[in-house]
Design a binder for this molecule. Structure first.
Ligand SMILES: [Zn+2]
Ligand SMILES: [Zn+2]
Length: 312
């Protein structure tokens, strides 16, 4: 199977994975890059979709990561090896893709749907060895002509977003998202809503707010997020500005009042752990069951949305 893809702007296609999106950036017939890689086991579908879009045996110039959480790097190793291409990250994300560090523990105690599932999510870093290359800290990106990079930390220390000023297209990974993954119902229905980054994995809320404010000041016309449907239209910039103005952190949780701190080798310090009232085994079994239900429901919903799109 190939992924369902949605053209969100000229030369920018959003691929809808099961719960995470990634982006083919580049015009068919020309050079292109893949921004993020979705969940593990997705590589065959990503390759097939790429060949449908860019031609048989086509390969990108590079894979570019907004950040290296497990749901954005799942297929990265298989893809980088298949295509024999480099993988670009921000310097502050380097320790998590070179085997030097793991992410801080995710925080189920912020409460909500994905946070409950996060008890089973892996924080472990990966090691891509000498395939890794560094993105610039700001300004133009050589391998993505026409795009500027913006360092948007908070959700992850080396999180970056990409903006194409010529037509206002913004690819943001998880700096903000367009569905409320804290809500079971909104996740199931993928109700479109510009909202704060996924709460269980955001470990510096001041930085996350500052990042959203800087992205809002770009006044984007199209936004492509890691979770939720891409959005476009006259209200997008105002809706993002509203999020920036009313940005609120979760009511409680490990990182809410004190951030995790990082340097170029990984985690430097963590706030004290908050006791998790759910026993580990029960949490694991429950979360695995919930994840199965969620993935099936999201798949069904996406299939319905795709049918609707075809009807239009
Ligand atoms: Zn993330
Ligand atoms: Zn994510």
């Amino acid at each position: 199977m190939s992924h369902s893809i949605e053209e969100i702007a000229p030369g920018v296609a959003c691929a809808h994975g099961k719960i995470v999106n990634f982006y083919y950036v580049g015009e068919p017939g020309g050079p292109w890059v893949l921004v993020d890689t979705g969940m593990p086991l997705g590589a065959p579908s990503i390759i097939r979709t790429a060949e449908e879009r860019f031609g048989k045996d086509s390969r990108p110039e590079a894979i570019v990561l907004t950040h290296a959480h497990f749901d954005h790097v799942g297929a990265v190793r298989a893809l980088a090896e298949h295509w024999d291409v480099p993988v670009y990250v921000h310097a502050m994300e380097l320790p998590f893709v070179t085997g030097r560090a793991d992410y801080p523990p995710f925080d189920p105690t912020v409460g909500g749907f994905f946070p409950a599932l996060s008890r089973t999510f892996p924080e472990k870093g990966i090691d891509l060895g000498d395939r890794v290359r560094l993105l610039p800290g700001s300004g133009p990106v050589d391998i993505m002509p026409g795009w500027d990079i913006h360092h948007t930390p908070g959700h992850a220390p080396g999180h970056v977003s990409f903006f194409r000023a010529s037509d206002g297209v913004l690819i943001v990974g998880d700096a903000f998202i367009t569905m409320d993954t804290d809500s079971f119902r909104d996740t199931m229905t993928q109700k479109p809503e510009i909202t704060r980054p996924p709460s269980y994995a955001t470990c510096d809320w001041d930085a996350a707010r500052d990042s959203v404010q800087r992205l809002a000041s770009l006044r984007p016309k199209v936004v492509g997020t890691g979770h939720g449907r891409p959005l476009s239209g006259p209200t997008v910039a105002d809706d993002l500005e509203t999020l920036a103005r009313t940005f609120h952190r979760p009511a409680h949780g490990r990182y809410v009042n004190q951030p995790a701190r990082f340097d170029q080798n990984g985690v430097v310090s963590l706030p004290p752990a908050v006791p998790d009232p759910v026993p580990a085994i029960a949490a694991g079994v429950g979360a695995a069951a919930l994840a199965g239900v969620a993935i099936a429901a999201v798949r069904r919903h996406q299939a319905e949305m795709d049918l609707e799109d075809e009807d239009e």
